[in-house]
Design a protein. Sequence first.
Length: 417
Amino acid sequence: MKQKKRNCCELSRLRLWKKINFEIFMRTLTESSIILTSFLVNRLFYRKMLPPPSDIKKILVVKLDHIGDVLLSTPVIINLRLHYPYAHIAMLVGSWSKQAIERNPYIDEILCYDSPFFRRSGRGSTLKDVMQILRRLKSEWYDLIVELRGDFLTLILAMLRGGRYRLDRSTQRVLKKLGNPPCPPLIKGGEVGLEGEPVHPEHEVEINLDVLKAAGIPITSRQIFFNIPSESQTWAKDFLSELGIDASKPIVAIHPGSPVPLKRWPAKRFAKLADILIKRKMQILFLGVSAEKGLVKEIQAQMHHNSVNIAGRTNLQQLGAVLQNCQLFIGNDSGPMHIAAAVGTRVIGLFGPSSPQRFGPFGDNCTAIRKPPHPPVKGGKSPDCQPCMKEKCRFGEEGCIVEISVEDVINVIRDEK
């Protein structure tokens, strides 16, 4: 009987594993199809040289994915504004990312479209919503479309010739895969201007800026921009005071959550780390979205000292203002990590399956920690399979992020004092 139950459990796990693998395969196939089709559309319909900056009156920037990704695209907006100072710049994003770019002085208009391909919970835009936004975009007849990450709707817009000119990240990715040199500048008399060297050529910031560089648009800024209104700054100071946080003592913000389970460092390690920092006279502030309240409570239940839980109690601007008042942020690869980096807080990002070279916190005051899984295979090489987009890890339920120890984090804090 026990053997029969064991066989049933094994069969259920096998079916689940096959289902997960199939979903990953379909997601990868869909994304690859979008990239290839976008490349072909650009090569067929959008090979004209860009006109002088004065001829570009309306620009649409497309970035449909998540909060951190949208923040890492803001240097593109800044450089577009500097090159096209009089153009109307609109940005198409998912509604979940809208607050990340609200009150950005470089953007004139924010448009929202919840692509089913990028939505992590709930439903995406309905067919009626899709048709309405498509008609709206087509009617605008943009002079320039800069597509940093779209889906089939933005591909349809491109095929319907929804803009006079189009710059496309997918084109650069395909050319790079083919081993071709970057496209020659598509702007008359244009030269690529650089301010300093890229932090890492494969970082998302640089990959996004490559779209402009390939068109000869000067790159004079790599700043990640996140605007914090003055009312949010005032609110944050009052909020922290009401929580009993002493502004004269160091405040450490910890974000233990992530929409992706394999990106989460274990709760018991966050608890141990927080206790150590409290012993060193630091105040601990746990943050996150409403769905992460339970995770924070689980961590606090394992701690020996008091900490503060503000998960679900702030919007993005308020969160940015709170982080501005913190001396250190520690957390997983997520939107709050990128917000902390954008507002100038010192950041320690904890990485497992995602690549810190590509998605790490961006700035001089940022550190990413990642350790490859063990044990090594023959020849001394680690069996590392990062970056990994799977929902189940062959190194165990908690994934390779468990290779990071509490001592690893403490050592980074100590070394960077």
